[in-house]
Ligand binder design. Structure first.
Ligand code: ADP
Length: 242
């Protein structure tokens, strides 16, 4: 039997109190090993989509499945356990804790995963090594550049070996050079097997990713896979837009 997709959003809508329809009947499947960009202008519904993909919010209607499990069936406790074990989050503003070293910040990614105290530091160092920051383990966030801080945040997202990493504008607070470095890192991690969804309003970034999902006015406008191995492009327009 084929294993279920890492993530499946089916017919999801989100209507916020006050009546704003931020998502309108969106369906999206992410298979293991993908690197996709969710792209669209400000206000198009990207963050709302990321929040429901990350089980941080429940859609008004429709379903979200992680590894074939409908998350609406889970209690809050089981849902946070699933989030802690299966998902990793990267945010525009890094969200590191000031008084903690890089290694300690990364180790916080293990707090909800039931990893013994003695195991946390070696796993954190291993994750820092994966993002090329082994030598910065004892640095505090203010001793690191913006690009390095984001790499620490990426290590924290990875430390638990999640099935899916969700990154919300991960280059949005960085200058061009650091933004490119972070994107290169995400690409490398993907080649090593990590499944990653990146939200961005930056078309240049989205254009470099193997799959691009374009969101507009709460709907998916297009879902484009670029088959780099065959150097061919397959476009699947999901909707005619008139
Ligand atoms: P994006 O991430 O693409 O900028 P969002 O998902 O943040 O888009 O927003 C989509 C729409 O939903 C916007 O019109 C926004 O104003 C609205 N919205 C987002 N969050 C809320 C909220 N908590 N309450 C009410 N409206 C919201």
């Amino acid at each position: 039997m084929m294993s279920p997709p890492v993530l499946a959003v089916r017919g999801a809508s989100m209507v916020y109190p006050g009546g704003v329809t931020a998502l309108d009947d969106v369906s999206l499947t992410v298979a293991q090993g993908e690197l996709l960009g969710i792209v669209g202008p400000s206000g198009s519904g990207k963050s709302t989509l990321l929040n429901i993909m990350g089980t941080l919010d429940r859609p008004t209607s429709g379903t979200v499945e992680i590894g074939g499990q409908d998350v609406a069936q889970l209690s809050d406790r089981r849902l946070s356990a699933l989030r802690g074990h299966q998902l990793g989050f990267v945010f525009q503003q890094f969200h590191l804790t000031d008084g903690l070293t890089a290694a300690e910040n990364v180790a916080t990614g293990l707090l909800y995963a039931g990893v013994r105290r003695g195991r946390r530091r070696p796993l954190a160092l291993e994750a820092l090594n994966r993002v090329g920051l082994a030598r910065r383990a004892r640095h505090l966030p203010h001793q690191l550049s913006g690009g390095e801080r984001q790499r620490v945040a990426i290590a924290r997202a990875l430390v638990n070996r999640p099935v899916l990493v969700l990154a919300d504008e991960p280059t949005g607070a960085l200058d061009t050079a650091n933004g490119v470095a972070v994107l290169d890192l995400l690409t490398t991690l993907n080649r090593e097997g990590t499944t990653i969804a990146v939200i961005t309003h930056d078309r240049d970034i989205a254009n470099q990713l193997p799959r691009r999902v374009e969101v507009r006015d709460g709907r998916i406008l297009s879902d484009t896979h670029i088959d780099s191995s065959a150097d061919a492009r397959t476009e699947a327009r999901t909707e005619s837009w008139s």
